[in-house]
Design a protein around this ligand. Structure first.
Ligand code: NDP
Length: 321
């Protein structure tokens, strides 16, 4: 690629604004790398649709996810990060840096070094009734939409920490919460399982799969199937929540960056380096194991340090030539 000198050239571009991106921004700004962050479709990332965060060190009383992300942003901006609203919609990582990227399908920019912190998005069951009733009682975010089902009966699919956390949240707003669990056990941590099993208005339906969400204009019920007995059961509900995990937001990088079969970016051991020089990845876009705010922040720090070392080595190489 021949660099176009009329385009804006960014020294350190950060794509995505969750804990990984903001931590990278804080470190990059302090290292005088003049970071520019494009926030993406969901500014603040997944924590903006969560409730209380109890396991991030430094908040002994816990903190609400959206408030925590506001604080991350404030710190990144105070230290000099240029935070911009917008999406990176296309990239060209062929050739050498600076790499060309497209913002919001129209504006072209160049970046000397790139930190990918695009996170992950909620997965869906993929059944037709789910798509038909999405936004009409079907949701993948209990915290965003739970309020609409105050005093009503709802169901939630999933058996991980997210599903348990959301079931627990919904149990405080709704009359009754059915948890649809496909195996005969949870995946969630023991503490979360315990909380769910001890909440009187949560009923866990093990070995159960969603056959169909019922209703035409809005959710009126769910038909579940017991995957051991084959027995089907219709339950009247008004809200249907999906909490079955996430998909990394890495699609646009696929032609260039090495990923696993799911789409998690593969980084080199003990580093945030991708297969392309000057491009680093952190947070849920590359971590399928831990996926915590604090681990995302840790890898964001690694990415900024790696980017700084890369730029500094490049600078010295230029001076010595
Ligand atoms: P997980 O991948 O941990 O769990 C997904 C759940 O959805 C599993 O129980 C899985 O079932 C179920 N599932 C997947 N596909 C389907 C399907 N098609 N139909 C029915 N069920 C399905 O995702 P989470 O979002 O729960 O958690 C992600 C990570 O974030 C984890 O590491 C978790 O520990 C962490 N987390 C931590 C929190 C905290 O510490 N406060 C809060 C929330 C998340 P199966 O078990 O059968 O595979």
């Amino acid at each position: 690629m021949i660099p176009d000198n009329t385009l804006e050239k960014i020294e350190c571009l950060i794509i995505g604004s969750g804990p990984a991106g903001y931590t990278a921004a804080i470190y990059a700004a302090r290292a005088d790398m003049k970071p520019v962050m494009y926030e993406g479709m969901q500014p603040g990332g997944q924590l903006t649709i969560t409730t209380e965060v109890e396991n991030y060190p430094g908040y002994p009383e816990g903190i609400m996810g959206p408030e925590m992300m506001e604080l991350f942003k404030k710190q990144a901006v105070r230290l000099g990060t240029d935070v911009r609203y917008g999406m990176i919609t296309n990239v060209d990582f062929s050739g050498k840096a600076p790499y060309k990227l497209i913002v919001d399908e129209s504006k072209e920019i160049l970046a000397e070094t790139i930190i990918i912190s695009t996170g992950a998005s909620a997965k869906w069951l993929g059944i037709p009734s789910e798509e038909k009733l999405n936004g009409r009682g079907v949701s993948a975010c209990a915290v965003c939409d739970g309020f609409f089902f105050k005093g009503k009966d709802v169901a939630i699919v999933g058996a991980g920490d997210t599903a348990c956390e959301e079931a627990s949240y919904l149990s405080k707003i709704c009359s009754k919460v059915y948890m649809i669990v496909r195996r005969n056990e949870f995946r969630a941590s023991k503490a979360m399982q315990h909380r769910v099993m001890n909440t009187p208005n949560i009923e866990v339906l093990f070995s159960s799969e969603t056959d169909e969400i019922l209703g035409d204009a809005k959710v009126e019920g769910v038909r579940i199937k017991n995957n051991i007995t084959g027995e089907k059961l219709e339950i009247p509900i008004q809200g249907f929540f999906v909490a079955i995990g996430h998909q990394p937001n890495t699609e646009i990088f696929k032609p260039y960056i090495i990923m696993d079969e799911v789409g998690y970016i593969i980084t080199q051991p003990d580093s945030s380096k991708t297969n392309i020089e000057g491009i680093f990845a952190c947070g849920d876009a590359q971590d399928k194991v831990y996926r915590q705010a604090v681990t995302a922040a840790g890898t964001g720090c690694m990415a900024a340090l790696d980017a700084e070392r890369y730029l500094s080595a490049k600078h010295h190489a230029t001076l010595n030539n």
